[in-house]
Design a protein around this ligand. Structure first.
Ligand code: ASP
Ligand code: CP
Length: 317
C-alpha cells in the first residue's frame, strides 16, 4: 500500500480544473501520486476513505460520454459524495432552458462541484464566473479534456515509471481532438517528447502547437516511439467533409500489429476511446494484452478522478 501523499501548499490554487494550465507542477505530481494511491484501494477492492462525505457532485454532460461521466460518478461515490448525473436528454434543456441556467439551477441545489462536458470551448469559463461551486472540465469542444490527460499520464507512469524522455506519437485526427490538446500540455510538462502523426487535413491549424513536429507518414512518425496513441476520427466534429475524411486512412495511418513494428521494440498502444475499430486502429492490436494500455487507461480514470475531486474539495486537509 502506498503512503497517502501530502498535498502541496495551496493545492489547486485555481479552485477549478478547466485546463491543464490550471495546475502547478506540484499539483500535477500530487494528483498523479494520489491517483496511484487510490488505484491501490481499487486493486485490493478496499473501501476508500469517505473524504467527500456530505459533499454534492453534479455531473452535467451536454455531450455523450461513457468513460468520463461514469468514472466521475464512481469516483465521487467511492469517496462518499452524493453524486447526481443530470439526465440532459430528459431535462428542461428540451424546453429551451439554456446551458448556463441549467448549471445555475443545479448549483442552487448546494452543489460543491460540477463536472461539465460541452461542445463549446468557452462554456466552462463562463460557468466558473457565475457558479458558486468548483467547475471541472469533462471535455470542452476540440480544446481540452484535462482529466483524460491526467489519467493517461497515470497509466503511462504505471507502465514506464515516468514520462521523462519518452517519445509519444499522437496519431490521427489531432485537429478535432481535445485529448490531444490536453495531452500535449501535460506530457510536455512531464518531460515527454511529443510528435503529431497524420495527414495534413487532420493536423491542427498552423498557428497552434507550433513546437510539436508534424509527420505525415507512419514510418517516420512511429520510428523510435515508446508509445503510439491513436485518436478517434471524430466525424461528428466535421461538416460536409466527414464522408471523405477517413477514406484510405486505415491503409495509410491505421495502427496495426504490422505498423506498430515501426516503433521501438516493446512500444505500447494507447487510445482514449471510444474506438473506431478498422478506421484508426485494428481491433486485434487494441485487444492485444501485451501491447495495449487501452483498458488500463479506463481503469485509471476512476482513481485519477478520485484524486482530482479530493484535491479540489478537501484541499489536502
Ligand atoms: N472520449 C474522448 C473525448 O470525449 C475522445 C473521443 O471522443 O474521441 O474527447
Ligand atoms: N475518453 C473519453 O472521454 O470517453 P467518453 O467520451 O466515453 O467519456
Amino acid at each position: 500500500m502506498t503512503i497517502r501523499p501530502t498535498a502541496p501548499q495551496d493545492v489547486l490554487a485555481a479552485r477549478r480544473l478547466i485546463s491543464i494550465d490550471d495546475l502547478s507542477s506540484a499539483d500535477i505530481d500530487y494528483i498523479l501520486d494520489l491517483a496511484e494511491h487510490y488505484a491501490g484501494y481499487l486493486n485490493r477492492s478496499d473501501p476508500a476513505p469517505k473524504r467527500l462525505a456530505g459533499k454534492t457532485q453534479v455531473n452535467l454532460f451536454f455531450e455523450d460520454s461513457t468513460r468520463t461521466n461514469l468514472s466521475f460518478e464512481l469516483a465521487g461515490k467511492k469517496l462518499g459524495a452524493d453524486v447526481i448525473n443530470v439526465p440532459v436528454a430528459a431535462s428542461s434543456v428540451h424546453k429551451g432552458e439554456s446551458q448556463v441556467d441549467t448549471a445555475q439551477t443545479m448549483a442552487a441545489m448546494a452543489a460543491d462541484v460540477m463536472v461539465v462536458r460541452a461542445k463549446e470551448e468557452g462554456l466552462h469559463y463562463e460557468l466558473d464566473e457565475v457558479l458558486p461551486c468548483a467547475v471541472v472540465n469533462g471535455g470542452a469542444g476540440a480544446k481540452e479534456h484535462p482529466t483524460q490527460a491526467l489519467l493517461d499520464a497515470a497509466a503511462i507512469r504505471s507502465e514506464f515509471g515516468s514520462l521523462e524522455s519518452l517519445v509519444i506519437a499522437i496519431c490521427g485526427d489531432i485537429k478535432h481532438s481535445r485529448v490531444a490538446g490536453s495531452n500535449v500540455r501535460l506530457f510536455k510538462r512531464l518531460g515527454a517528447e511529443i510528435r503529431f502523426v497524420g495527414p495534413d487535413h487532420f493536423m491542427p491549424d498552423g498557428d497552434q502547437f507550433t513546437d510539436i513536429p508534424r509527420i505525415d507518414n507512419l514510418k517516420d512518425g512511429l520510428g523510435g516511439a515508446d508509445i503510439a496513441m491513436g485518436l478517434r476520427v471524430q466525424f461528428e466534429r466535421m461538416g460536409d467533409e466527414a464522408g471523405d475524411a477517413a477514406r484510405g486512412f486505415f491503409e495509410t495511418f491505421g495502427l496495426t500489429h504490422e505498423t506498430i513494428k515501426l516503433a521501438k521494440p516493446g512500444a505500447r498502444i494507447m487510445h482514449p476511446g471510444p474506438m473506431n475499430r478498422g478506421v484508426e486502429i485494428d481491433g486485434a492490436l487494441a485487444d492485444d494484452k501485451e501491447l495495449s494500455l487501452i483498458l488500463r487507461q479506463v481503469f485509471y480514470g476512476v482513481p485519477t478522478r478520485m484524486a482530482c475531486l479530493d484535491a479540489l474539495l478537501t484541499r489536502g486537509e
